[in-house]
Each structure stands twice: as C-alpha cells, then as structure tokens.
Design a protein around this ligand. Structure first.
Ligand code: FMN
Length: 403
C-alpha cells in the first residue's frame, strides 16, 4: 500500500539494545512501503545484530564506521545526514541518548545526527531504572526541547525481568510516528479535517444494540491519508477492531445521536468533513433501563424512530462536506439525489454488493460525484488510495482561510 513513506530516505540508527532485532522488522516494513532505508549501526548494536541482516532486507549498504574505506561516508562523512528525510534512532540506548544530548559525534550515528537538518525520532529501549534515572530523564527533556520526537518507551515486561517503562514501542506505532513526522509540512498542513468512521450502535437495552457491518476501515484510511499530508485529522469513531492511528485525534462515540453531537462540535472550526461512518437510519424510540426478558410471547417488536441526518444538518457555508452513499442498487442515481438533497460538495458512491469493495475489505471501488454533475469512476484500489483521491478533490474546494 503506497503511503507517504514511498520514495522517502529514512535512516535507521540502531544502537546496542537487546531490542535490536525489532529494528530488522521495522526496516523490512519500511522497505516494503517503498522507502529507501539506510541503516547506521553502532559498535554496541553489532553485538546483537549483523549489518548483513539489514543489508539483505534493505538492499542497501549498511554503515558502521565513518573511517571504513568501503563506506561512502569515508569520502563524504555527512552524506547520510544530508540525504535523510527523517532519522529514526531505534532502539535508542541510554548511552546514545546521552551522547545526543551532549552533542557528541564519536561514531557514524552520532556524527550523522549532529550534521542533519532532518527531523529526528528517538524510540528508546532500556531497563526501567535506566530510563527513570535522573540523567536519562534530563537528557530526554533536553532533546525534546530541541525538537526531537520521542516514540515511547512503552510500559510492560522488560528483558531485565522488571515490569516498567522501557519497552521499545511496537512497529505499527512507530510507523505512525514516522508517517506523521514526514507529513508535517504536507499540502494539507494548517487544515482541520473531520472524518467519521464505523457503524453506530443504537441501544435497545443495556446489553443489546442495533448496528451494522461497517468495519471503520474506510474512515480510518481517510484520516491516515489526511494526517500523512499534514492535516490536523480528527476521527469520530464508533468502537471498531482497528487501532487508533498515531497522530490522529480520536473522538469515541456509539450512537447516531452521539456522533451528531461530536461532528457538530468538531466541525465548528474544520475545513472539511468526510462522513464515512455507517450511521443507523433508525433507532429504538427509547432504550430500556434493564435487560428486556425473553418472556412467554413468540413475537417482539421494537418501535423505531428516524435518526437525524448528520451531514445535512451541519450549518455553515465554509465547511466542505463529503458524504458516502453505500448502495446495493441504482448506485449513481441514488448517490446523485443524496448529493443534492443533503447539500454536499462531493459524494462517494460505493457498491456494497461487490466482494472486493465496500464493508470490511482493504480495497474499494468508488465513483466520486460533484455538484457540477462531474463523475469520476475510480478503479479498484486500497482504501488509503481512495482517501488520497478524495482529499485531492477536497483540496481545491476549501473555503476557509488557512490557519
Ligand atoms: C545483553 C545486553 C543488553 C543491553 N540492553 C540495553 C538496552 O536495552 N538499553 C540500553 O540502553 N542499553 C543496553 N545495554 C547496554 C548498552 O549496550 C551499552 O550501554 C552500550 O555502551 C551502548 O552503546 P551504543 O549506544 O553506542 O550502542 C545492554 C547491554 C548488554 C550486554
């Protein structure tokens, strides 16, 4: 799946921690995402992992020594520093963090870190006592003040046997931090984009709900695509099985009414809203306070009332409004009439009967309709790419001044 990692020069600085092996997995994921991954290993790291393991995965030379005549750094010792779009120290030892804080440059990694203008991300991994030590804490604080981004450490069971703070963050979290950092100055920087996701839950009683099969994947992918381009992305989501994307502000809701309130609130200062959630059209008139008993009757009916149309109810001319029309028949005609009746700028029509598109899949095939009668049939693509296409069409429609 192409993301904003594609084509980027990412340098991984790997230092002497037991968590070094996890950097191999990260290098693999970044390479699969089509990033150009350079790896700089410290002497300490070479005790845990071999340069060959990284070279085999990244298909690029690995640097361990500035003075190695075989390395390009022996000719141009700041080559990596200048080439990098971002440098990630992963795992970062207490020792290397201390050297960074002091501005030392006694190996290939710290020399590169001192010479670079690129953003720097540090993912510490160490024993909890090492992390808690006042020296480490002071070094972390100093680096944060200088603009270094820290990813973790996480809490949990450590290699030393201690339970505490010091674990390397997991790869998906770190990938989110890298993507957020790379996107910071993207073409949507200064824009607030609100996205809704998931299927709403309409309570019948304390244990039962009326819901639908929406997985939330489409909305999450749009929010990630917005974040990757520098937008301040807000995801108004019902409970889903998906992890909260790093760098996206989550607003958790359950029912259509909760979602309406959250969307109304978030849209007050937003540039665009994309309603990818599957909001119930109907909800029980009232939810019982206690669990409804099975009883003797073979029939049970629930009285339903219509839920409010969230996007149609949004007031304000400056907001760009994008709706979704998930249809199982007369797709385009139904979508076009929704576009007009709800006062939308764009509507994304998708056929939920297709097996490779719609609910729960990682791909989608959509048609984007606009107010001028334009219609754009997109081929089957990842939901992330659908998000990129939607945002490309939202961008020229912004009506608010940029923040
Ligand atoms: C088995 C073993 C595991 C280690 N794990 C860590 C660790 O997770 N974090 C850390 O800060 N230091 C750890 N150390 C200590 C560092 O390797 C040591 O401080 C070294 O000087 C770090 O150098 P570097 O930062 O240049 O790689 C470990 C040492 C050993 C022997």
């Amino acid at each position: 799946m192409p993301t904003n990692l594609e084509g980027k020069h990412i340098t991984l600085g790997v230092t002497g921690s037991i968590a070094c092996y996890k950097a191999i997995d990260l290098a693999s994921k970044l390479t699969q995402a089509k990033a150009n991954v350079d790896v700089a290993l410290t002497r300490g790291a070479e005790n845990f992992v071999s340069p060959l393991a990284f070279a085999a995965i990244t298909h690029r030379p690995v640097v361990t020594d500035v003075f190695d005549p075989q390395s390009e750094l022996s000719i141009d010792h700041v080559a990596l520093a200048e080439r990098s779009d971002v440098i990630v120290v992963v795992p970062a030892t207490a020792h290397t963090i201390a050297k960074m804080a002091q501005g030392l440059a006694d190996d290939v990694l710290t020399t590169t870190l001192l010479a670079t203008q690129a953003p720097v991300i540090v993912a510490p991994a160490m024993d909890a006592h090492m992390f808690d030590h006042p020296a480490t804490q002071a070094n972390v604080k100093m680096l944060v003040e200088r603009g270094v981004t820290f990813a973790g450490p996480a809490s949990g069971r450590l290699a030393s046997g201690l339970i505490g703070k010091g674990r390397l963050v997991e790869a998906p979290e770190l990938l989110g931090v890298i993507r957020t950092t790379l996107g910071r100055d993207g073409d949507l920087a200064g824009r607030k984009i609100v996205v809704s996701a998931g299927g709403t839950e309409e309570a019948i009683d304390p244990v039962r709900v009326i819901t639908n099969h929406s997985s939330g994947k489409m909305g999450y992918a749009i929010a990630e695509a917005a974040r990757d381009r520098g937008a301040s992305a807000v995801l108004v989501s019902t409970p889903t099985a998906l992890p909260a994307p790093h760098g996206v502000r989550m607003v958790k809701v359950r029912s259509a009414l909760d979602m309406r309130d959250a969307i109304n609130h978030e849209c007050q200062d937003a540039d665009a809203v994309v309603m990818a959630a599957a909001v119930a059209d109907w909800r029980p008139v009232s939810a019982a306070d206690q669990k409804i008993k099975k009883g003797a009757s073979n029939e049970w009916s629930i009285e339903l009332t219509k839920t409010p149309d969230i996007i149609a109810g949004l007031i304000g001319d400056s907001l760009v409004k994008v709706g979704f029309a998930a249809e199982s028949q007369d797709l385009i005609a139904n979508a076009q009439s929704k576009l007009v009746s709800k006062g939308l700028d764009l509507i994304i029509a998708n056929d939920i009967t297709a097996v490779d598109a719609g609910f729960a899949t990682d791909t989608n095939r959509v048609t984007i309709l606009d107010r001028e009668g334009g219609s754009d049939d997109l081929p089957l693509m990842s939901k992330y790419d659908v998000g990129v296409n939607i945002l490309d069409r939202v961008k020229p429609l912004f009506r608010r001044e940029k923040l």
